[in-house]
Structures are given as structure tokens and as C-alpha cells.
Design a protein around this ligand. Structure first.
Ligand code: PHE
Length: 465
């Protein structure tokens, strides 16, 4: 069956690799500031509903498609619907990988720079100086060569892991890094909770403020559910394609979701308890990690250690996600073009790095390819992927399973490895339909907003309120 295809060594290895993909900048950077700005627990509640209702069916769908075909996205769609246009959904996934990894690699570079800065005590001078921290961050990201230097190093790590293959690269490093991420985060969360006033951070994060929860925040939570679980571009199809038939895919999917969610919430606790204890601004938004934390850590006893641990954790989380994005591209060239792993990874990892250089240069280095859109190329790549490419990919996959592949075949593969347990086909049908409909709505909402300047959800929300 496996035609010599590489396979995961163990079930735990697979779960750690898949959750390594899911746990990334999305959990530790995006989620805490989104929750902080959009109603705390009210946002978290909507986000959890989205994860359960849309995230679970789509992640299971991707695992099933991958394991059934033992192929990465393009080949997977083409094997089940030969010669049809469905393989373009696979190509969309490969294209998304180029788009996401280009800017993700740039952020990975910033994280490396901050890791280095924290280890060498570079934050000491920023105590109580948010302005200084802001200037430092802006100075770094808008300069020409420095961010590119760090981005290239980050991408080199990424290429190196992928060249080493599924078991010897992805699985090996996920097994090392995921437990470390969890341990460091728990330590940081406990450290935050035991600080005077730290618990106020919990109130901020967990007390529902429904008044702050706008309609667009609901759409935001839905989009984030996709991004944080790495869905819609075939990452989980590709990871699923290295599985044998022995495990329950629903069980593994639940593990991945639980780990991803727990880590996002732990990150929120670690960050907000510390921010409150030190009296910094919790609603700082995207700058929270790069601007607020560097001024907060040096105020703690052993600040350099805490700061270094935090940025090392963030680096590992970013790396285990970035490799999963590169693997989609590499697997395409291996499966469909017969290339060898090393060549595919090095060539396309480099191409993506070059695209990323243009993302970085758009922030101040003087070259902005999307200037005509009134946004930086960096923001454009982020926007294009999380608002359109991932949701569209996920929606088409749900439609594919329901109407092209067909539920009976899907269920046979799903139930393989479940020790005779039968899944109710109505539950699957309803969940996949809800996912496709909800995602279709988000995309439409976004398009309407772009065209008329107001989203459907805003119109409905203000009409009823
Ligand atoms: N899930 C990753 C994060 O939260 C990002 C990602 C998106 C990874 C899509 C793979 C595919 O940071």
C-alpha cells in the first residue's frame, strides 16, 4: 500500500507533528491579542465553538483524504476524481504554502532576532520604556538587511528539517520541541500567576465582555480557527498521507485540537498575567509580543531568563509550523513530479525565501510590490491567505467529500482503525455541510465588505441591534 512512501514512526509522533503544525505564531501571538481586544472570554467562547463546529470536521476530512490516497493534496484530489478540475483545489493549497510561508518566514526571522537579543540581555535597557521598545521593533522590521538576514537563517532551519524527511526530520524535531513548548509555557504561566496582580490578567482574559464582541470579531474568530489549525491548504492532508491504517483519525484529530487550544489559552495566561503584573497595556494589539513583553520581562527577577525562554518557545512553535507548510510544497514535487526530497526542498524553500524577502522589503526596505493595493506586500500575503485561500480550500474540501467522493466511501476510510466503531453518517453530513456553509458565508462577507465597505454581518448585526 505504501509503495515505499515514508511513514510516521509512532502514533504519538504523528500527533506531535500535527499539533506542532497547528501550534504556532497563531496561538502565541495572534490569539492572545485578538482575545484581548475583542471581548476576552466572549471571543474565546466563539472561537471554541468555531473550532468544534468547523475545525473538527475539516481536520478529520483532511486526515481521511490524505490517509486514503497516501498522497499530498494535488495527487489526492486527482486520485479520487481523476482528470477533473478538483486537483486545482490541491494546487490552491500548494500556492497557499508559498504565500503563507513567505511572510511566516519573515516573522520567524524577527523571532530569531528577539531570541538572540533576549539571550544576550538586549532588553535590559528597555525597562519601563515602551517607546524605546517600539522604536527598536520598528527599526528592525523596516530596515533593509537585518530582517532578511534573520529570515534566511530561519528558512535554513526549516529547509534542513524537511530535507531530513518525515520521520528523521519532522517527527524527530516535533517530538523534541512540542514537549519543550508545553513545559516552558506552563512554567511561564505559573510564573505569571504568582506575580502580584498577575491574576488580574486572568480576569481580563476570561471575563466575558459581550459588549466588546462585534460581528466582525465573530468572523475573525472563524477565520482564526482555520489558521490556527493549519486547515484549508492541505497540510493535514499531507501529514495524513504518511499514516498507516491502524489509528483512529477522529481520536488523533481531537488530540491535535485539544493541544492547540490548550496552548493558545496557556499563552494567553502567561502573557496577560505578566502584562498586568507589570502594569503594561493589555490592549496593545499585535505589538504585544514584540513591543510590550521586552519592556515587561526585564522588570522581573531573572528577567533575561524568562524573556529568553519565551522567545525560544516562540521560535520552536514557529518552526514546527513553518516546516509543515514547506512539506506541502516538497511533497507535491515528490509525489507528482518524481523529484527527490533534497532537491525539491532546497529549490522551493529558496524560492519561498526570495518571495519572503519582498514581504520584508515592503515594510520599509523600499520595495513594495502591492503598493497599488494600498497595503504592504507583507500584509497582502497575510490577508490573501487567511481571508481567502485557506477558507476557500477548506470549503471546497468539504464540498468534495459530500458531493464528489461521496460519504459512503469517506466513511469506510474514516472508520478504518476505529475497532469496529461506526460513525453516524448524518452527523458527518451535517457537520461538513455546516462547515462549508459557514465558510462560504465568511468569504462572501469579506467580498461584500471589500466592495460596498460594509460586511453582511455588520448589516445584520446593526439591523437587529
Ligand atoms: N497553524 C499555524 C499557526 O497557528 C499556521 C499555519 C497555517 C501552519 C497554515 C500551516 C498551515 O501559527
Amino acid at each position: 500500500m505504501s509503495n515505499g512512501r515514508e511513514q510516521w514512526g509512532t502514533r504519538l509522533g504523528f500527533i506531535l507533528a500535527a499539533s506542532g503544525s497547528a501550534v504556532g505564531i497563531g496561538n502565541i501571538w495572534k490569539y492572545p491579542h485578538m482575545a484581548g481586544q475583542n471581548g476576552g472570554a466572549a471571543f474565546t467562547l466563539v472561537y471554541l465553538i468555531c473550532i468544534a463546529l468547523v475545525g473538527l470536521p475539516i481536520i478529520v476530512g483532511e486526515f481521511v483524504l490524505g490517509r486514503k490516497t497516501q498522497l499530498s493534496p494535488v495527487g489526492a484530489y486527482d486520485q479520487i476524481a481523476p482528470g477533473s478540475f478538483w486537483k486545482w483545489v490541491g494546487f490552491l493549497g500548494v500556492a497557499s504554502a508559498f504565500v503563507i510561508l513567505s511572510f511566516y518566514g519573515v516573522v520567524g526571522g524577527w523571532i530569531l532576532k528577539y531570541t538572540f537579543a533576549s539571550i544576550t540581555g538586549g532588553f535590559e535597557a528597555l525597562v519601563d520604556d515602551p517607546e524605546g521598545a517600539g522604536t527598536m521593533f520598528n527599526g528592525i522590521i523596516t530596515s533593509t538587511w537585518e530582517p532578511i538576514f534573520w529570515q534566511v537563517i530561519f528558512m535554513a532551519f526549516c529547509i534542513w528539517v524537511i530535507v531530513n524527511g518525515v520521520k528523521g526530520g519532522i517527527e524527530k524535531w516535533s517530538r523534541i520541541m512540542m514537549p519543550l513548548i508545553i513545559v516552558i509555557l506552563v512554567v511561564l504561566a505559573i510564573r505569571g500567576l504568582t506575580l502580584p496582580n498577575g491574576k488580574e490578567g486572568l480576569v481580563f482574559l476570561f471575563k466575558p465582555r459581550f459588549a466588546d464582541l462585534s460581528a466582525s470579531a465573530i468572523v475573525l474568530a472563524l477565520g482564526h480557527a482555520f489558521f490556527t489549525l493549519s486547515l484549508g491548504m492541505g497540510t493535514m492532508i499531507t501529514y495524513g498521507s504518511y499514516l498507516d491504517k491502524k489509528q483512529s483519525l477522529i481520536g488523533s484529530a481531537i488530540w491535535v485540537i485539544l493541544l492547540d487550544t490548550a496552548i493558545a489559552i496557556l499563552a494567553g495566561i502567561a502573557i496577560f498575567t505578566t502584562v498586568f503584573a507589570m502594569g503594561a497595556d493589555p490592549a496593545e494589539g499585535p505589538g504585544l509580543i514584540f513591543v510590550v513583553l521586552p519592556t515587561v520581562f526585564p522588570q522581573l527577577a531573572g528577567g533575561t531568563i524568562w524573556a529568553s525562554l519565551f522567545f525560544i518557545l516562540l521560535f520552536m512553535a514557529a518552526l514546527t509550523s513553518a516546516i509543515s507548510i514547506l512539506e506541502v510544497v516538497t511533497a507535491y514535487f515528490i509525489d507528482q513530479k518524481g523529484w527527490d526530497r533534497g532537491r525539491a526542498t532546497i529549490i522551493f524553500g529558496s524560492v519561498i525565501t526570495v518571495v519572503g524577502v519582498f514581504c520584508s522589503l515592503s515594510l520599509g526596505g523600499g520595495i513594495n510590490l502591492s503598493a497599488f493595493l494600498n497595503m504592504t506586500f507583507f500584509d497582502f500575503m497575510d490577508y490573501l491567505s487567511s481571508k481567502y485561500m485557506l477558507p476557500i480550500g477548506g470549503m471546497f474540501m468539504a464540498i468534495f467529500i459530500l458531493y464528489r467522493w461521496g460519504l459512503p466511501e469517506f466513511l469506510i476510510e474514516l472508520e478504518t482503525g476505529m475497532d469496529g466503531y461506526k460513525v453516524n453518517h448524518w452527523v458527518v453530513r451535517i457537520l461538513l455541510s455546516i462547515s462549508a456553509a459557514v465558510v462560504g458565508f465568511i468569504i462572501l462577507n469579506e467580498i461584500v465588505d471589500k466592495i460596498i465597505g460594509r460586511s453582511i454581518s455588520d448589516i445584520l448585526f446593526s439591523a437587529s441591534g
